[in-house]
Design a protein around this ligand. Sequence first.
Ligand code: BGC
Length: 355
Amino acid sequence: MALKITSKKFGVLPSGEEIDLFTLCLDRKIEISVMNYGATLTHLFIPDRDGNMEDVVLGFDTLEGYLQKDYLDNYCYLGSTIGRVAGRCTDNQFILDNKTIQLPANQGKVHLHGGKEGWDKKIWVSEPFETENSVGVTFYYQSQDGEENYPGTIEIWVTYTLDETGKLEINYKAISDKKTIINPTNHSYFNLNGDFSKDIEGHMFMVDADHFLPMNENSLPTGEIIHVAGTPFDFRKSTLIKEKIQEDNPQIKLAGGIDHCFVINQEENCAVLYDPVSGRKLTLTTTEPGIQVYTSNYLNKSFKGKGGIAYGKRAAICLETQHFPDSCTHKNFPTIILLPAEVFNSRTIFEFSVG
Ligand code: BGC
């Protein structure tokens, strides 16, 4: 079979622990690497319309890249698994059963993407697997009761699976021993051009979303769910990103681009990213109700990534499939509460093609 999984040592953490890199490969179609530090997606090679395989996700060539000071000082979760809760939370707190839980700030005064040491900085237990028609790795982590002040011990399994058709699936399964909240996602930065010194403004984007969530000056959803018609957030037809991002609009100005959650209409093929130059196309399917779309507004060439390239504003686009940010504040958003008797499950499928 043309499907293959290999592994190698990726590097050693300052604590002395070894980190492994697993590579899932389908001959000439796709090659994905993931590491057990942060259950992170590090590389994703796909062909352009001439068959040239190039990497389309931002990251680093070595583990040291992920640990370098310049990156940690300007940290932006390249390819990471985010948890327990993606995004921000009003006043860094939430109320569960009449108890207010205060979350530690990790980005200035803000609690973002799980806190000071979120799931992106944990060492996960890896279990590579092969089946008749797929290869993959399950990463497992036990998040203790009280970690980053969140209640309940959560057991979480993040599985990357590559199937014989070249589809990549990221699957999240979690259980908790206490009532808690959970909203994980993957924070990959896509640039289908394969040249990370170029930006993604020339990419076309479609998201099947009639509504989006406007945000306030603290990058938090206001709680309103607004129709996209007549706004730069109308990507219901495939549109050049540049066209929308340059519109004179207060929401675009506030975020310095797009950094908003889209409320998707349905699961299948709910978003398509296309690069007319290379012909590479990414199609998303997800069981999640939202996609946080982030056009790398805050990247500012402050650290060097793969091949020594410094990643600048708009070097990539994140398509973070998740429940809506700040869902514990806004009762009109789908709940992110996980009860002890429940199993949390979330699936996102990434399909690559050329057009
Ligand atoms: C958030 C941005 C944040 C970025 C990097 C995105 O998910 O929406 O506001 O700057 O992650 O941390």
